[in-house]
Design a protein around this ligand. Structure first.
Ligand code: 13P
Length: 335
């Protein structure tokens, strides 16, 4: 493990005024996103779409620190034959890779999942490093359902342990781990329930990271913001989201961790930006930035609609959201 190298990568990922672009949708997820705009998912359409995003030079140069890729994409070449990884590097951003194999049902725990992918991870990480990846991502999924008593302590613990083992493997291979325990915003729970669950989850995750001897200076945390469930009638404004999110992070995240890069989790584009901005108007001891998938891509995807003549407009839409979120990561965004 090269601690200096890991710490440098982790710091660069959360550098002032920049955030991470999550472009690591699995085959199933990208097919769903394409279906919504009437585009079939083929190796070529996936390549064309991601190529247009990675060729958004202004966005990658100025606002994006790192790009998280899916296994197919890290091996793919652009239409002119240049590896997609090289486009990202040429724009000065760091290539990263999603290494979990997805969340599967956890036996005996209805409604809960365990993220898989630890078997053979060491060899896969070595291979990804060779392909240019300098950081990795693993997502654990925690749902909230007040009627069924979800999440259970067992499921949270199992996922925390898997995240910790993943993070230790990454550092062993000199890839900075992004540790992503996502508490979903799907239910009808209020913001206080989300705060309680997120605090519990983050406590268990950091206990597991400590026990696994993970080097905290050489990682980044990718949590959910503390928000009300989508079906909750009582909506929480950005100031309340910011207050609750920072309260939970202060109670659970050691300041040795250089940065926190939030997922967007199904928030609308503007909501994700407004909430990040409110968080950075309060601030904390860590860099607080974005690691967005949907909130960076939704408008660009709609603009593109699979048509080559729309590429420029789609790049402009993507660049705009990247810029808005970069401003929000400094608490300088205005609508
Ligand atoms: P969203 O921002 O769309 O939640 O995606 C981020 C991500 O990487 C989920 O694993």
């Amino acid at each position: 493990m090269d601690k200096d190298h890991l710490a440098r990568t982790a710091k660069a990922l959360v550098a002032e005024g920049r955030g991470i672009f999550a472009a690591d949708e699995s085959g199933g997820t990208i097919a769903k996103r394409f279906a919504a705009i009437g585009v079939g998912s083929t190796e070529e359409t996936r390549r064309d779409y991601r190529e247009l995003l990675f060729r958004s030079k202004d966005a990658l140069r100025q606002y994006i620190s790192g790009v998280i890729l899916f296994d197919e994409t890290i091996r793919q070449s652009a239409s002119d034959g240049a590896p997609l990884v090289k486009l990202i590097e040429a724009a000065g951003a760091i290539p990263g890779i999603k290494v979990d194999l997805g969340a599967r049902p956890l036996p005996n725990f209805p409604g809960e999942t365990i993220t898989e992918g630890l078997d053979g991870l060491h060899d896969r990480l070595m291979n990804y490093y060779g392909l240019g990846a300098r950081f990795a991502k693993w997502r654990a999924v925690i749902d909230i359902n007040q009627d069924t008593g979800v999440p259970t302590e067992y499921a949270v613990e199992a996922n925390a342990r898997a995240l910790a083992r993943y993070a230790a493997h990454c550092q062993d291979a000199n890839l900075a781990p992004i540790v992503e325990p996502e508490v979903l915003m799907d239910g009808d729970h209020d913001i206080e329930r989300c705060a309680e669950v997120t605090e519990f989850v983050l406590n268990r995750v950091f206990a597991a990271l400590y026990e696994a001897r993970v080097f905290l200076e050489g990682m980044a945390l990718k949590p959910n913001m503390v928000v009300a469930g989508k079906k909750c009638a009582r909506r929480a404004p950005p100031e309340q989201v910011a207050e609750a999110t920072l309260r939970v992070l202060r109670r659970t995240v050691p300041i040795a961790v250089p940065g926190v890069a939030f997922l967007s989790g199904g928030q609308s584009d503007v909501e994700a930006t407004a909430n990040l901005d409110a968080i950075n108007r309060i601030r904390g001891p860590w860099a607080l930035t974005f690691s967005y998938g949907r909130a960076l891509q939704t408008s660009a995807l709609k603009c593109w609609a699979g048509k080559p003549e729309n590429v420029k407009a789609a790049q402009a839409a993507f660049t705009h959201r990247a810029r808005m979120n970069a401003l929000a990561s400094q608490g300088r965004w205005t609508e």
